[in-house]
Ligand binder design. Structure first.
Ligand SMILES: Nc1ncnc2c1ncn2[C@@H]1O[C@H](COP(=O)(O)OP(=O)(O)OP(=O)(O)O)[C@@H](O)[C@H]1O
Ligand SMILES: [Mg+2]
Length: 221
């Protein structure tokens, strides 16, 4: 498996496991949904994967490299994992192109421009690149957040409730956009949702999370 999540235990407070022996593997290019009720631990699992939280037990590897185990811990910014938070978290004082280029500090000016143009094309927002987040619709902001997460070419993308603030039609469209973009980039993606339709529409597999445990894995055919 490209990504291996092995028996992850996590607790915020002592003796209160929020994730309990969570295990799964994810193939390269696979889209996996984590489906569960509010409080089941979806965001926590994404935060552990991205390195924002440290598990009590267990191990995570990506492409053979240990990200976390009882002896290793790779810092979030070194993990090559893109994350899109539920509220998009775009920088309000930066325009679209600057938001997209945010994670590309170390690249040359030419490279930054090339990547930003590619990303704009991918999210079909070419003509709006000097606009600021507040001048965009929710769905457009969502796509910019996606572009910003994808620009550094991460090994995996994590999305926390990526469709929750969108109306029904936009939701459908963004889901299909996301699927197309993921397939184009052959990128692995895990997204959290409480909506079965979101999961069913684009995920290759659905992990059902209940009280921090994966209780069922469904292959989506
Ligand atoms: N910072 C924190 N400190 C203590 N407990 C927390 C913290 N964050 C979350 N929890 C608890 O951990 C459990 C899992 O929360 P989490 O946010 O992962 O759930 P979720 O599945 O993402 O829910 P939602 O669908 O509402 O976003 C909940 O019981 C929550 O109260
Ligand atoms: Mg959550």
């Amino acid at each position: 498996m490209y990504i291996d999540i092995n028996k992850i235990d996590f607790e915020y407070d002592k003796n209160n496991l929020v994730l309990c022996s969570c295990s799964t593997g994810i193939e390269q290019g696979e889209i996996v949904a984590i489906l569960g009720k509010s409080g089941s631990g979806k965001s926590t699992l994404l935060r552990v994967l991205s390195g924002l939280e440290i598990p009590k037990n267990g191990e995570i590897t990506i492409d053979g490299e240990i990200l976390v185990s009882n002896r290793h811990f790779v810092e979030p910014n070194k993990r090559k994992i893109g994350m899109v938070f539920q509220d998009y978290a775009l920088f309000p004082h930066l325009n679209i192109i600057q938001n997209i280029q945010y994670g590309l500090m170390k690249k040359s000016k030419e490279e930054k421009e090339k990547i930003a143009l590619e990303m704009l094309k991918l999210i079909s927002l070419n003509e709006k690149y000097t606009k600021y987040p507040h001048e965009l619709s929710g769905g457009q902001q969502q796509r910019v957040a996606l572009a910003r997460a994808l620009a550094p070419n991460p090994k995996m993308l994590l999305l926390d409730e990526p469709f929750s603030n969108l109306d029904k039609d936009l939701r459908k469209q963004i889901r299909q956009d996301l699927k197309r973009i993921m397939n184009q980039q052959n990128m692995s993606c895990i997204f959290a949702t409480h909506d079965y339709e979101d999961a069913k529409d684009i995920a290759n597999r659905i992990l059902y999370l209940e009280d921090g445990k994966i209780v069922k894995i469904e292959k989506n055919v």
